[in-house]
Design a protein around this ligand. Structure first.
Ligand code: ZN
Ligand code: ZN
Length: 269
């Protein structure tokens, strides 16, 4: 049965914990038929790291793509090679350079920090007006989609992970107007919506986005849905993929997409 994880990091990403071969082995063990690797390309020049943190080096595109081209030769699983383009609006030149650096199968669009702020994973939510930060996030996410240049929008409400990890909660419906605008623009531009399963084992035990916003995307004319675990470790590869397929069916989709050379390929769910 078709089962694909479209959001995987190896140690080519500074926060990836395992080698390409280890992640590929884990994917085979998890019964995946296909994976897409999506190493980080942060376009904002380390601006969102706390003072004193080790800067992230640029992705070594040559070594990364050659490694996976080689792994493809004997892999029992289909391998697509992509990137996760973070904060493209905060470094448009770098975004354009990385986008053109290889004939990528897939480009995820992400926003991990709002301008002049740390990555959401470093913010102290007890000391900040996080509703204001969230609102800024959705405005800048809209700008990101407006700029475009990617295949699927990753983790629609990324900050929620860290709100819950801080022992707090947030009612996402407060931001419905902004979220719907983002979803509508994705649908209009034929940009996919990623169902990110990484929060399944967290305090926030749901997909990002969950059924409500996946259904809204469908109603607004969205056609392309991708599913990814955002695994940075081998034991997270393929996490929740089947459950996510069930969820998108409930949302009204009959197909999930993968990408080859940035063209969507649809698979029945
Ligand atoms: Zn991300
Ligand atoms: Zn990621």
């Amino acid at each position: 049965m078709f089962k694909s994880d479209c959001h995987i990091h190896t140690d080519f990403s500074p926060d990836g914990k395992q080698t390409p071969q280890e992640m590929l082995n884990a994917a085979a063990e998890a019964g995946l038929t296909e994976i897409t690797v999506t190493e980080h390309c942060e376009c904002n020049d380390n601006a969102a790291l706390p003072a004193g943190a080790t800067p992230w080096p640029d992705l070594d595109v040559k070594s990364y793509t050659e490694t996976f081209e080689k792994l493809r030769e004997n892999s029992p699983i289909k391998i697509n090679i992509g990137i996760e383009l973070g904060q493209a609006t905060q470094g448009k030149e770098y975004a354009a350079k990385m986008t053109a650096a290889y004939n990528w199968d897939f480009i995820l669009g992400s926003l991990h920090n709002v301008r002049n702020e740390l990555d959401f994973c470093y913010i102290n939510y007890k000391e900040r007006d996080f509703k204001k930060l969230f609102s800024e996030y959705f405005d800048q996410l809209y700008e990101t989609v407006l700029l475009g240049g990617f295949s699927s929008l990753s983790h629609l409400y990324y900050p929620v992970r860290y709100i819950y990890r801080a022992g707090m909660s947030v009612d996402m419906s407060v931001f419905d107007e902004q979220i719907y605008a983002v979803l509508e623009l994705c649908a209009k531009k034929d940009i996919g919506l990623e169902i990110n399963t990484s929060t399944l084992n967290d305090k926030y035990a749901d997909f990002v986005p969950g059924l409500k916003y996946a259904s809204v995307f469908k109603k607004l004319g969205g056609k392309i849905v991708t599913v990814g675990s955002d695994a940075h470790r081998a034991d997270r590869v393929g996490l929740g993929i089947n459950a996510a397929y069930e969820m998108i069916k409930q949302a009204g989709f009959t197909e999930v997409a993968t990408f080859e050379k940035q063209i969507p390929v649809f698979h029945k769910v």
